[in-house]
Write a protein that binds this ligand. Structure first.
Ligand code: SF4
Length: 324
């Protein structure tokens, strides 16, 4: 693969070796790599950045043991735990999305399995919110096909279900479910017509080959959105003392370039870790990614949003806010 002469008329066709070479790009050649990836960012996303906001509808008490997660059964992190967020809050958020013409309202739920009764309760909430015409996304665990259909019939548009790491490395971060269960869940959802948001976490001790293999799997899946999280170790989780020295800004950038080159049409999102690993390098970041999280919630005085918008404008991009 020649990264110095991009041909925007065709998408890059990277082999596994090419992909590994992207992650092994010498730091002195990073600018060429970023320019190459930028060609496809501009081709599919123009000058546009979407900003996502995180809200949690269910928090804590998960039966699963994902090593990075504060909500897992082996986490001792001090977090807020609740089964359903107050309806008032959920619908207020949805009203906010509608009133501000935001492109999506996403609902994050901790946990991997839900009863049919819980899904019916969620479906009812989705029906109410869809009556407002908002585009809805749920970050939710494994659904049965029946449950996925119930939510689809209620109007749910998109589901977030991350691969998180490679098939090979997955047992190192989770023992309560498998990588293949995640892939099968996504395939089932795609079969029902759902849009998919799926990505991963970098910095959990995986090799570069693992990063490549995860992204190659995502190329097969072709999600509409591909979030990349850079680990922020949480006290009280098994990864609280993870060695983060591997996450230089240059390496993080190479991972995002690879995501853009392998799945060029997807929204490539720099999710967790942006403020830490790209501080002062936002202009370079936005040349490759077209989607980011803001650190503060979207309220009248949401400073996180203001800062994020300023960053985007300073870098010469236009923005749109999404609730996620
Ligand atoms: S399944 Fe989700 S909520 Fe549960 S531990 Fe894993 S990442 Fe956390």
């Amino acid at each position: 693969m020649n990264i110095t002469t991009p041909d925007a008329s065709t998408d890059p066709q990277l082999s596994r070796e090419d992909a590994l070479a992207v992650l092994n790009t010498p730091d002195e050649s990073l600018e060429e790599l970023v320019s190459f990836a930028e060609t496809y960012r501009r081709k599919y996303k123009g000058n546009h950045v979407s900003i996502h906001i995180l809200t949690n509808a269910r928090s804590g008490n998960c039966s699963q043991d994902c090593a990075y997660c504060a909500q897992s059964c082996r986490s001792k992190a001090d977090i807020n735990k609740y089964k359903w967020v107050e309806d008032e809050k959920l619908y207020e958020d949805n009203d906010f999305v509608k009133e501000h013409h935001l492109s999506r309202h996403c609902i994050g739920l901790s946990g991997m399995k839900f009863t049919d009764e819980e899904i019916e309760i969620l479906a009812e909430k989705i029906r109410k919110m869809k009556a407002d015409g908002t585009h809805l996304c749920c970050s939710i665990g494994f659904l049965t096909e029946h449950q996925a259909k119930v939510l689809k019939d209620a109007g749910l548009d998109r589901i977030n279900h991350n691969l998180n790491s490679s098939r090979n490395y997955y047992p190192n971060i989770c023992s309560t479910h498998t990588f293949d269960q995640r892939v099968a869940n996504i395939r089932m959802l795609q079969g029902l017509g759902y849009e998919i948001c799926s990505g991963g976490i970098i910095g959990m001790g995986e090799s570069k080959e693992d990063v490549v293999d995860m992204l190659l799997e995502l190329r097969e899946i072709q999600p509409e959105a591909l979030p990349i999280n850079f680990l922020l170790p949480i006290p009280g989780t098994p990864l609280e003392h993870a060695d983060m020295s591997v996450l230089s800004t240059a390496y993080c950038m190479k991972v995002l370039c690879l995501a853009r080159l392998l799945v060029p049409k997807a929204d490539i999102r720099c999710a967790a870790g942006r403020e830490v690993y790209f501080k002062g390098e936002e202009k370079m970041l936005l040349r490759v990614v077209d989607s980011i999280f803001a650190s503060g919630y979207l309220t009248a005085g949401g400073q996180g949003i203001k800062d994020t918008i300023q960053t985007i404008e300073d870098a010469g991009f236009t923005y749109e806010i999404e609730s996620a």
